[in-house]
Design a protein around this ligand. Sequence first.
Ligand SMILES: Nc1ncnc2c1ncn2[C@@H]1O[C@H](COP(=O)(O)OP(=O)(O)OP(=O)(O)O)[C@@H](O)[C@H]1O
Length: 294
Amino acid sequence: MTTAPVVDVEDLNVAYGDFHAVRDLSLQVRRGELYALLGTNGAGKTSTLEVVEGHRAATSGSVRVFGGDPRDRRAVRPRMGVMLQESGFSPDLAVGETVRLIGGLTRRVDEVGRVLDIVGLTRKARTKVSQLSGGEKRRLDFATAVYGTPELIVLDEPTTGLDVQSRDDLWAAVDRLREDGSTVVLTTHYLEEAQQRADRIGLMHEGALHREGTVGELTRTLPATIRCTLPPAAPPLPLPADRGRDGAVLVETFRLPQDLHTLLDWSREHAVELRDLEAGPTRLDDVFRAVGTS
Ligand SMILES: Nc1ncnc2c1ncn2[C@@H]1O[C@H](COP(=O)(O)OP(=O)(O)OP(=O)(O)O)[C@@H](O)[C@H]1O
């Protein structure tokens, strides 16, 4: 049995005057998934999320959240938590009051103390928003998004500006929300975070979705590499390779284990030292760079 997607985007276009920020974008997010929308600066990620959040109307195309229109705030708010790239909290309100106010508006039910504890802001409950550091403001943003453990959580660059400990804490909180059944859609420029956490990734560039899939599916589209340096008198290699100056060798391969084996056997047989040998699988940043230059 297939269940309806939580987020269903079909042929979305977002234009600002003559400028087309999002072009014919289609994607679906399934229940329980963590979907990461990645891309170059200005690729159209925030514009896409703003339509999903119900904060912006599509120029054309359709966006459904829980099968309905995300601009129907009364229907969607209780089920969707949103962390914007920039918050608009009132600077004079205290942290605890802010969570109570924003949380109350969502009509979700939670305890302010519990939520502040999740984001490590318990001791700042009475501090004014204007007195928070940048990272603390991000954590407050996250707190309002996860208030009441919504079914869908949309996070726009949630870890930007957070120190390593706060990032780890935020991801631990996301893990717990997912255990409770939440679906998560996020953008991030920290590719390693997406690589570790995302069930699926969409790669955007200049308004279009260029690639989509699991980390494995995306990285399989590019070869892995073997690099080493050979002495000048080395015999011909047993594999196709680019030979640079100073004996530098680059092998690009979709059969990393086999080709590495062949190279090591060859080096033993000919007593050739493979200096600075490095063999690495394709990383998400390689795929990202390939999309950015395509
Ligand atoms: N209100 C607006 N008016 C005009 N152009 C806009 C507006 N908002 C965004 N844009 C433009 O649309 C494009 C996409 O912006 P968007 O914020 O969606 O990209 P992004 O992928 O989230 O970028 P980043 O990673 O830099 O945050 C950019 O070129 C941006 O300058």
